[in-house]
Design a binder for this molecule. Structure first.
Ligand code: PLP
Length: 377
C-alpha cells in the first residue's frame, strides 16, 4: 500500500516504538507516586519527554502540558480562556478566529457562540490565509479574550503569516493561540522569538509518534507567573493543575522521542519533502496540464502537502478506484452532504470541492513509488 495521507496520520517510527516499549512493560510506575524507583523512573522519563517537546518548539519545559492530542489542546485553550476571563460578571465576551480552522477549533467556538460568547470568524483568501491587517483591526476594536489562528492549514497546506500575527499580539498584549498540529517538524518553531504566541497546540501522531497524545504550550506571563485558565479536566492536579489524570507515560515518552527526531531531522526532512513534492507536481504539470488545478500556491506552504482539483473527476470515486494500492484523501472528512468548510471559505464551488484530492508525502517515500501518477490520464 502506497500511503499518501501523512497529514491524516503517520506511521509510528521504530525508534519511537522502541523508546515506548519499556513503559508498557516493566516500567509501569505512576509518575505521581513517590519514593520508590518505579515511580521515580516514570517521573524521569516524563521530564525528559517534556524537555524534548520544549526543545522542538523553543519554550521552557514547564510550559509544556501533555494532553490526549491537538483536539483536546485546542478545546482546553479556547474553553479555558473563555471561561476564566469571560465569566458572567465580566463584560467582554469577544473571541476571534478564522473560517478555515480545523473543526476542533471551529466547533469549539461554535459551542461558545451558543453560550453567549461573541465569536468573529475572519474571512480567508483563496489559499485559506488570513489578512493580518483585518485581524489587527478587529482585535483592536473588540479586544477578544482569545484569538485562535492556525499556523498551517491541514487541507490546503498554506502557512499563515505567523510572524506578523505574533508581532500584533505581542504589541497589543491580547491572548493569541495557534494550532500548529500540521507544521511541527516541518517548519522551525521558536516560541522564545515569537513572543505574541501565548498558546500552541501539537500532536504526536502527525510526526511519527503514537495516537492519543499531544501537548499544549502555555507560555508563562513571566518567569514565575503561570497563565491562568479553567481546566477541562478537574482531579488530581497533574500538569500544574491544567490537566488532571494519570499521565500516559508510554505515550508521553513516544511524543518526546518523536519531537526529538523531528528537531534533529527537520532540515533534511523538509529538503526531502520539497524534492518529492516538486517531482510529483512536475508529473501533474507535464502530463495533466489542462486537467488539474493546484489549490495551494508554491511559497509559504507545508512541504509535502499537495492539494489539487482533478477537473471533472469526482474525488471520492477516484480515491475508491485507487484504494487497492494507494491511500489518498479528499482533504478532510468531506461527505457528500457536508463538503469542506475550508475549501468553501476559499471561494471554491461545491463542484470544485468534490473534485479535490489531498496528497501528503513522507520523507521515506521513493520517487519511483510516485511514478504511477504518470499513468493517470
Ligand atoms: N488541528 C489540525 C490542524 C489537524 O490537522 C488535526 C488532525 O487532523 C487536529 C487539530 C486534531 O489532532 P488530534 O488528532 O491530535 O486530535
Amino acid at each position: 500500500m502506497l500511503y499518501l495521507d501523512n497529514s491524516a496520520t503517520t506511521k509510528i517510527h521504530p525508534e519511537v516504538l522502541e523508546a515506548m516499549m519499556p513503559y508498557l512493560q516493566e516500567e509501569y510506575g505512576n509518575p505521581s507516586s513517590k519514593f520508590y524507583s518505579l515511580a521515580e523512573n516514570a517521573k524521569k522519563a516524563v521530564a525528559i519527554a517534556r524537555q524534548q517537546v520544549a526543545d522542538l518548539v523553543g519554550c521552557d519545559s514547564d510550559e509544556v502540558i501533555f494532553t490526549s492530542g491537538a483536539t483536546e489542546s485546542n478545546n482546553m485553550i479556547i474553553k479555558g480562556i473563555a471561561d476564566y476571563y469571560g465569566r458572567e460578571d465580566q463584560g467582554n465576551k469577544n473571541m476571534l478566529t478564522s473560517k478555515a480552522e480545523h473543526p476542533s477549533v471551529i466547533e469549539t467556538f461554535e459551542f461558545l457562540g451558543e453560550r453567549g460568547y461573541e465569536v468573529t470568524y475572519m474571512d480567508v483568501d483563496q489559499y485559506a490565509r488570513v489578512d493580518v491587517e483585518a485581524i489587527k483591526k478587529v482585535a483592536d476594536q473588540n479586544q477578544p479574550l482569545l484569538t485562535s489562528i492556525m499556523w498551517g492549514n491541514n487541507e490546503i497546506g498554506s502557512l499563515n503569516p505567523i510572524q506578523e500575527l505574533s508581532q500584533i499580539f505581542e504589541e497589543n498584549k491580547l491572548f493569541f493561540h495557534t494550532d500548529a498540529t500540521q507544521v511541527v517538524g516541518k517548519v522551525p518553531i521558536n516560541l522564545k522569538e515569537l513572543k505574541g504566541i501565548r498558546f500552541l497546540s501539537l500532536s504526536a501522531h502527525k510526526m511519527g509518534g503514537p495516537k492519543g497524545i499531544g501537548a499544549v504550550i502555555i507560555r508563562k506571563q513571566s518567569k514565575e507567573i503561570y497563565t491562568r485558565l479553567t481546566p477541562l479536566l478537574h482531579g488530581g492536579g497533574q500538569e500544574n493543575n491544567y490537566r488532571s489524570g494519570t499521565l500516559a507515560v508510554h505515550n508521553i515518552v513516544g511524543l518526546g522521542k518523536a519531537a526529538e527526531r523531528a528537531a534533529i531531522n527537520l532540515e533534511s526532512n523538509v529538503q526531502r519533502l520539497k524534492e518529492l513534492e516538486n517531482y510529483l507536481t512536475d508529473i501533474f504539470k507535464n502530463n495533466l496540464k489542462d486537467k488539474i488545478k493546484f489549490n495551494s500556491d508554491e511559497k509559504d506552504k507545508i512541504p509535502g502537502l499537495v492539494s489539487l482539483q482533478f477537473i471533472g473527476v469526482n474525488n471520492e470515486l477516484l480515491i475508491k478506484k485507487l484504494s487497492d494500492y494507494t491511500a489518498l484523501s479528499s482533504g478532510s472528512a468531506c461527505s457528500s452532504s457536508k463538503p469542506s468548510h475550508v475549501l468553501n471559505a476559499t471561494g471554491k464551488s461545491l463542484e470544485e470541492v468534490r473534485q479535490t484530492i489531498r496528497i501528503t508525502l513522507s520523507p521515506e517515500l521513493s520517487k519511483d513509488s510516485l511514478e504511477f501518477f504518470t499513468r493517470i490520464k
